[in-house]
Ligand binder design. Structure first.
Ligand code: 5GP
Ligand code: MN
Length: 349
C-alpha cells in the first residue's frame, strides 16, 4: 500500500513548473466543497497553472454568485469535455471528500487516473492509499479553512485576493453554521480577520447564500415542518421524511433542502435529527447531532455513509417506508447513547 505523503511536500512544487490541474469535490457540492475548490482555483491560476474545476454533478443555484462558478464543468452534464480535461490533468486536487465513491461516476476515472492526486479534506476515515499527497484533518472546521492554511503555509498568503477570500469565506461560514459549531476555533476567527483585512464584504456573502431563495422553498419548509416531521422524545431524536411527491409539488431543486435537517435541533431536548429524501435513484439520509452522539458511526453502520461526528450523510436503496423502519430500529438499538444527556462541556472536563 502506498503511503500518503505530507501536503507540505507540495509547497515546493507549486511554483516550479506550470501544470495542467483539475480540482474536484464531492457530488452535489455544498458551499464548502465548491467554495474551497474555487478559492484554490483563484490561487493556482495566479501561479500560472492551467486549472479547471470539475464538479461530479450539478450544484445548488444559490452558489452561482461565486466568482468563475460559470467556468465549473459538470461531469454528469458535460461528460465529454470534462472527461477530456480530466484525462489530460497532471495534478488532481480532491477537496472536501476522501473516498472516491463520493464523486459518483467520476470515482472510477479518478481511481484509475495516473496523475498526482492531492487530498485536502476534513472528514473521518480517508482512503489514504488512493491519494499521492494530502492532509485529512477532522478537527478542521471546513475544507475552505484548510485551503487557506495551504495557501498561507506554502508562503503565498499575499495571493489571497478578493475572489479567493469570497469563496473561502462561504465555505467556512456554512460549515461552521455561521461560526457557531465547536470546530470554530480562534484560528478560524483569525483567518476571517485576515480576509476582512483583504477587503472581504462578509455581509454580501451571507445574503448571497442565505437570502437568495425563491418563495416556493420557504413554503416547502413550512409544509414539511408541519406535515413530515416526527419527534421521538424518548430518544431525544427527530425525523423528517420527504416523499418524492412533495419535491415535485413544490418544484424543489438541488440545494433547496439544504439546512432543513437542522430545524428539529432547535427543539428543547432534541439531540439528534435525521432527514431522508426520496430521490430517484436512492433514499438520501442526513444526520445532525449536538454534543456526544456520533452520527458518523451511525451513518456508517446503518446507512452506507459517514462524514463528521456531528454531521453525516448516507444512502439506501430500500423504499422510503422501509428505510424509515430501519431508522426506527436503529434508534432503539442506540437508545442508551441517545438518552445520554451530558452536555459536551462536562464530557471534556
Ligand atoms: P449532508 O447531510 O449535508 O449531505 O452531509 C453531511 C456531512 O456528511 C457532509 O460533510 C458530507 O460531506 C458527509 N456525507 C454525506 N453523505 C455521505 C456519504 O454517503 N458518505 C460519507 N463518507 N460522507 C457523507
Ligand atoms: Mn466541508
Amino acid at each position: 500500500m502506498l503511503q500518503l505523503k505530507s501536503i507540505t511536500e507540495v509547497y515546493g512544487l507549486l511554483d516550479r513548473e506550470k501544470r495542467r490541474v483539475v480540482i474536484t469535490m464531492h457530488q452535489k457540492p455544498d458551499a464548502d466543497a465548491l467554495g474551497s475548490s474555487l478559492g484554490l482555483y483563484h490561487f493556482l491560476v495566479q501561479l500560472g497553472h492551467e486549472v479547471t474545476v470539475i464538479s461530479p454533478t450539478n450544484w445548488p443555484r444559490f452558489l452561482n454568485w461565486m466568482p468563475d462558478s460559470a467556468k465549473v464543468l459538470d461531469f454528469e452534464g458535460m461528460n465529454e469535455k470534462a472527461l477530456k480535461v480530466l484525462q489530460e490533468a497532471e495534478w488532481i486536487f480532491c477537496l472536501d471528500f476522501n473516498v472516491m465513491a463520493r464523486t459518483k461516476k467520476m470515482g472510477t476515472f479518478l481511481e484509475e487516473h495516473p496523475g498526482t492526486k492531492i487530498l485536502i479534506d476534513h472528514h473521518e476515515a480517508p482512503s489514504e492509499a488512493q491519494f499521492t499527497y494530502g492532509v485529512c484533518d477532522p478537527s478542521k472546521s471546513s475544507t475552505a479553512e484548510m485551503v487557506y492554511d495551504f495557501i498561507v503555509h506554502s508562503g503565498h498568503g499575499d495571493l489571497i485576493n478578493i475572489q479567493v477570500a469570497e469563496c473561502l469565506y462561504a465555505g467556512v461560514m456554512t460549515d461552521t453554521g455561521s461560526f457557531r459549531f465547536p470546530a470554530t476555533t480562534a484560528s478560524v476567527h483569525r483567518m476571517i480577520a485576515d480576509l476582512k483585512d483583504r477587503g472581504l464584504n462578509h455581509t454580501r456573502i451571507h445574503e448571497n447564500v442565505y437570502d437568495n431563495f425563491l418563495e416556493n422553498r420557504l413554503r416547502f419548509i413550512g409544509y414539511i415542518l408541519l406535515n413530515r416531521m416526527e419527534i421521538y422524545y424518548e430518544y431525544n431524536a427527530a425525523l423528517i421524511s420527504i416523499p418524492k411527491s412533495d419535491l415535485l409539488k413544490f418544484e424543489i431543486q438541488t440545494g433547496d433542502t439544504e439546512g432543513l435537517v437542522n430545524y428539529p435541533l432547535g427543539i428543547q431536548g432534541i439531540r439528534m435529527a435525521a432527514l431522508v429524501i426520496d430521490r430517484d435513484e436512492e433514499r438520501k439520509w442526513s444526520f445532525r447531532s449536538k454534543g456526544n452522539f456520533d452520527t458518523n458511526s451511525f451513518a456508517r453502520k446503518y446507512f452506507n455513509g459517514g462524514g463528521h461526528f456531528n454531521a453525516s450523510g448516507g444512502r439506501t436503496y430500500e423504499t422510503l417506508p422501509q428505510t424509515v423502519a430501519t431508522f426506527k430500529k436503529a434508534l432503539q438499538e442506540n437508545v442508551q447513547a441517545l438518552q445520554n444527556e451530558y452536555p459536551i462541556s462536562i464530557i471534556n472536563e
